[in-house]
Every structure is written in C-alpha cells, then in structure tokens.
Design a protein. Structure first.
Length: 282
C-alpha cells in the first residue's frame, strides 16, 4: 500500500521450465513461465522456480523491470483478454537472498499449505463476480430491450412466463452460489486464525468448503452465461454488445484448474471421509 505497487505473478506450478541455480550471492533464474497474469503491467512479481536439482521450489518477489526479464506478449486466448496472462522469459535474472519468500510455519504443518486453499477461494470469488455481472447485464437488457414473443399473449417481455421462470432459476442459483462462497470464506478464515494449531482435519474441512463452492459456482456460472441469451433474444448476440464475454471469460478461467478433480475430492470426502490431497492447486 505504501508504494501503490501493482502485483502480478509468474508462478504457474505446472510449468517446470523456470530453473533457479544457486550463486555466491543468491540465485539465478533461467527459463520460461506461462500464464503469468498481469506480469507485463506490474511493479512486482511473485515468481516460482525449481531449484537446479529439482528438489524444492524457490519462490521470490522481485521487481518486474529487473534486467533479463522479457514479457512475450503472447496471450491470445478467447477469454480473460485483459488479464494479459502471457508467458515471461527469464535470462540470467539475479535474485538476492532477501527477495526469497519463506514460510513462518514448518513446511509439513497443515497451516503451511492453507495458502493453496486461499488461492482457490480467490478464484471462486472471481467466477462469482463474472456471473453476477452477467445477471445484471441480462436483467438490464431484458427490462429495456427484449420484446415479447408473438404467441406469448403478453405486452412486455418482463411478463413472459418463460422469461420469469429463467430469472427465478438464475436468482436461486446465484443465491446458493453466494451463500456457499460466503460460508467457504468463513470456514477458511476460522482455519487461518488457528495458525500453527490448525489440524489436518480442520485444514481438510476448509478445503472441502472451498471446493464445494468452486464446483457449484462453475456449474451454475457456465449455465447462466449461456442461458442469459434465452431471456434477451437474438438481437443480444450483436457483436457490438459483446455479451458473450461473460461466458468466454468464465470458460477460460475455469479451465486453468479442472473442476472435475475438485468434485472428486468432495465426493471422496462425502463417501469415505478422506481429506483432499495437498498439491499446489489444492
């Protein structure tokens, strides 16, 4: 806050091409990271690399204009256009010891891996925000521009029983998604407050709450951002409106972390009580 920095990351855990080699004065980073969201516009980046022996991750915070950092400007996906999530190349980028991030907790403690769950909840809120925006846009269009169908028997689209039915379902799904997301935040916050006293069971329960919300928001979000055209009509597909951006943004974002695996984790917990496996994405 003091410097008003814009923070970004080049920390895709599934991309092992960035390697950290120890030097006399710290580390040297060489390689590429893809899906570096906002990196080219940032002041500071959180960067993850594998040590040269591939035994441990090295996570650092460095200035984005450090010599040897090159932004490839190759983000060309159908959604999330403004996130600028292209790849970044590192060529002999020097990192000092004071720029390395270390945990205040033992690496094998439940609280140490809770950050992974926090990142998941952040994604849930982004998804939910996209869907809320889609709902508000559809509602505005329906109440001001949509015309009733010729056999509807009503004078205004807002009186059409099928349109009302759709909006009823949209609203109920959004309410449920919002409540699940808020509950996940409460459970996660309670887990964070326990600090080093957090148990593996409590860590797992927080993860399940977040994954439940994520899976549900993904499901209803993809449905609403598609079905919103059913309540707006054919004219709403005009390129000038760009209403399909809601689906494109949500579809692209949700593919970064397959929700099927989250549902499997929830199912395994619901049936057998087995807690989620800890990974960089869970």
């Amino acid at each position: 806050m003091q410097h008003n920095w814009f923070w970004a990351n080049a920390a895709n855990a599934l991309d092992p091409r960035l390697v950290a080699t120890p030097t006399k004065h710290g580390w040297q980073f060489d390689g590429i990271k893809r899906f570096a969201t906002g990196a080219s516009l940032s002041d500071r980046m959180i960067v993850s690399a594998l040590s040269a022996d591939y035994r441990q991750p090295v996570i650092v915070v460095i200035p984005s204009d450090r010599p040897g950092i090159h932004f490839n400007e190759d983000w060309d996906n159908m959604g999330q256009r403004q996130t600028d999530s292209g790849s970044v190349t590192f060529e002999q980028v020097l990192v000092t010891p004071d720029e390395i991030l270390t945990s205040i907790y033992p690496s094998d403690s439940p609280i140490a891996s809770l950050f992974n769950v926090s990142k998941q909840l952040n994604q849930v809120n982004i998804y939910l925000g996209i869907v809320q925006g889609a709902f508000a846009t559809a509602r505005e269009y329906t109440t001001t521009r949509t015309r009733p169908w010729i056999t509807s028997g009503v004078e205004q689209a807002i009186q059409d029983p099928y349109i009302l039915h759709h909006y009823g379902e949209f609203w109920m799904d959004l309410e449920a998604a919002t409540l699940l997301t808020d509950r996940a935040a409460q459970v996660l916050q309670a887990a964070i407050k326990k600090g080093i006293n957090l148990t593996a069971q409590q860590r797992g329960e927080a993860a399940i709450a977040v994954y439940t919300a994520k899976a549900f928001v993904t499901k209803i979000g993809l449905a609403i951002t598609t079905q919103m055209f059913d309540v707006m009509g054919a004219s709403a597909t005009a390129r000038s409106y760009d209403f399909d951006r809601y689906w494109r943004n949500l579809r692209t974002a949700t593919l970064h972390d397959p929700v099927d695996y989250k549902i499997r984790e929830v199912g395994n917990w619901a049936l057998t009580g087995t807690m989620p496996t800890i990974t960089p994405y869970s």
